[in-house]
Design a protein around this ligand. Structure first.
Ligand SMILES: Nc1ncnc2c1ncn2[C@@H]1O[C@H](COP(=O)(O)OP(=O)(O)OP(=O)(O)O)[C@@H](O)[C@H]1O
Length: 261
């Protein structure tokens, strides 16, 4: 499998409104992408198409080399981890950290109907170690900070060894230090041999980590630009993208955007 996501001329309409328009997007194995766009530009709608929760009005979708329309999407979803604010909201406050991680094996919320084995907890413990959140073992969700919760949810997303991991605004609500810690964890994660392809959705240019060699800029439901992050995230491109004069400076291999004087 070399093609992870392949969207061809995908459009999605709802209530007489075109929300995604003519999207062509190809993600290869070994690439990690950042997806950037303003509020309402269609980022979450795009992820809904990739996970088969929304069906395109036009166009063709293949994910992990599986053509939609000819496959069982529920089976495919077992190979996709998805961390989003809607998942976060569904986790019970009383849930224990390692149970949250283990539940990722079943794509369930809670473990009321599941019977995890010792090996599942061993794997959860290993992943929590990878994400530097082993110290949360035994803690309830309600006692975890926002940054710790995000790490647990990413660990949960990794539990089923997905080929594709979608991180939708994982840094929202984090302070400067917690955000940098989480970003460092994501950067490290992509260095692992068995790392899934990561699609990292964000509003913030400076979160385009060195590992995100490719970037997709979405604007009003259309692809504004896509390709190598270094070529896409230029002052000229972003000035047109935001409709506001900005400069971009690369620092520690990350782009930082500033308003022009
Ligand atoms: N099911 C739906 N029916 C009607 N409109 C929808 C539906 N889902 C999304 N939209 C609209 O599509 C547009 C794109 O929404 P989407 O949530 O994909 O944007 P986004 O880029 O993820 O936004 P944000 O950054 O604010 O989370 C918005 O105008 C939204 O109101």
């Amino acid at each position: 499998m070399t093609s992870v996501i392949d969207l061809q001329e995908v459009s999605w309409r709802r209530q007489q409104k075109t929300i995604l328009s003519d999207i062509n997007w190809h993600v290869e194995k070994g690439e990690h992408w950042a997806v950037l766009g303003l509020n309402g530009s269609g980022k979450t709608s795009l992820l809904n198409i990739v996970t088969g929760y929304s069906w395109p009005t036009a166009g063709h979708v293949r994910v992990l080399d599986q053509p939609f329309g000819k496959i069982d999407i529920r089976t495919l979803r077992k190979s996709i981890g998805w961390v989003s604010s809607s998942l976060e909201a569904r986790i019970k406050e009383t849930e224990i950290a390692e149970d949250i991680v283990v539940s990722g094996k079943y794509a369930s919320i809670g473990l009321a109907f599941e019977q995890p084995a010792k090996a599942d907890y061993a794997r959860a413990s290993y992943i929590m170690g990878q994400l530097q959140c082993s110290h949360l073992t035994g803690r309830t969700y309600q006692t975890c900070s926002q940054g710790e919760r995000q790490k647990l949810l990413i660990a949960r997303g990794l539990m089923a060894s997905p080929d594709l991991l979608l991180l939708d605004e994982s840094t929202s609500g984090l302070d400067f230090i917690a955000r940098e810690e989480l970003l460092a964890t994501v950067q490290e994660l992509t260095k692992q041999d068995d790392a899934p392809t990561i699609i990292f959705v964000t509003h913030h240019i400076e979160e385009v980590l060195p590992t995100f060699s490719r970037t997709l800029l979405l604007s009003e439901g259309s692809v504004f630009a896509q390709g190598k992050s270094r070529e896409i995230l230029t002052g000229d491109n972003l000035t047109r993208f935001y409709g506001m004069p900005v400069n971009v400076e690369w620092h520690r291999e990350r782009p930082w955007v500033m308003l022009q004087d």
